[in-house]
Write a protein that binds this ligand. Structure first.
Ligand SMILES: Cc1cc2nc3c(=O)[nH]c(=O)nc-3n(C[C@H](O)[C@H](O)[C@H](O)COP(=O)(O)OP(=O)(O)OC[C@H]3O[C@@H](n4cnc5c(N)ncnc54)[C@H](O)[C@@H]3O)c2cc1C
Length: 216
């Protein structure tokens, strides 16, 4: 694992709150699902961000929600092309296991920007036997939706009826049982992860088949 300097290529605004930070890749190697710590040079402060782009892309993308009172995400959003950032990584073990890579039925469950590692999985491994369940407030937060196979993708919207299901992920899962032989990956806020884990355990999934990455 190394610390290195990367250059901002672009800030791509997706919604009033969310953007993609695109950095040059150089020869940075990672496995889909890993994250890095991005630091502002000369300041010790840094934050973790999952890699959104695929292993086949020649850039590094991060899908970031700007937190109004949060100092770091706000700083990143206002960077301009050419700015330099320190990147530590890759880090983390939220990578696909061999069974999933070989086609075992898998469900990817995310809230908000927690879709980031799943987008990288899907782009990097086009033949996965997956379903995605993405929970957002409004449909414009369905980041990357157009690139997922629509037959494998369920958008749960909690504040409008523009998704495939109106309500929270937990409610969707309570109404739509999961086969106990499924491998599930959960990413996003800790409340969703706790609630969904409880539902999945009730369906008989083994703890080792419930893999989690908590953003906050
Ligand atoms: C392993 C890991 C991977 C992460 N990957 C991503 C990522 O890909 N994209 C991303 O946007 N964030 C990601 N985060 C969160 C990120 O590290 C920062 O916490 C976030 O950008 C807020 O930093 P801040 O300084 O702006 O606000 P802070 O002052 O540090 O945070 C303020 C509050 O914002 C809330 N918050 C933090 N992150 C989010 C979020 N993503 N969506 C909604 N509310 C949030 C929390 O309640 C937090 O307490 C990840 C965190 C971890 C641990």
């Amino acid at each position: 694992m190394k610390r290195r300097k990367h250059i901002v290529q672009e800030i791509i605004n997706l919604t009033p709150e969310t953007f993609i930070l695109r950095l040059d890749r150089q020869d940075f190697q990672f496995e889909p699902g890993q994250y890095v710590v991005i630091r502002i040079p000369d300041i010790k402060k840094g934050r973790e961000y999952s890699i959104f782009s695929a292993t086949t892309d020649d850039y590094l993308d991060f899908l970031i929600r700007e937190i109004p009172a949060g100092e770091f995400s706000r700083y990143l959003r206002h960077l301009t092309p050419g700015a330099e950032l320190d990147v530590d990584g890759p880090k983390g073990y939220f990578i696909l296991n061999e069974k999933t890579k070989q086609g075992h039925p898998t469900i990817l469950i995310a809230t908000g920007t927690g879709i980031s590692p799943f987008y990288s999985y899907m782009k990097s491994y086009p033949n996965l036997n997956y379903r995605v369940i993405h929970g957002v407030r409004y449909a414009n937060e369905a980041y990357g939706r157009e690139d997922f196979n629509p037959e494998k993708y369920i958008l749960c919207t909690s504040r409008s009826k523009e998704g495939n299901y109106f309500g929270r992920i937990t409610k969707y899962l309570e109404e739509n049982p999961v086969d106990p032989d499924t491998i599930c990956y959960l990413c996003g806020n800790s409340e969703m992860i706790e609630e969904v884990t409880t539902v999945l355990e009730k369906y008989g999934l083994l703890p080792e088949n419930i893999r989690t990455e908590v953003f906050f």
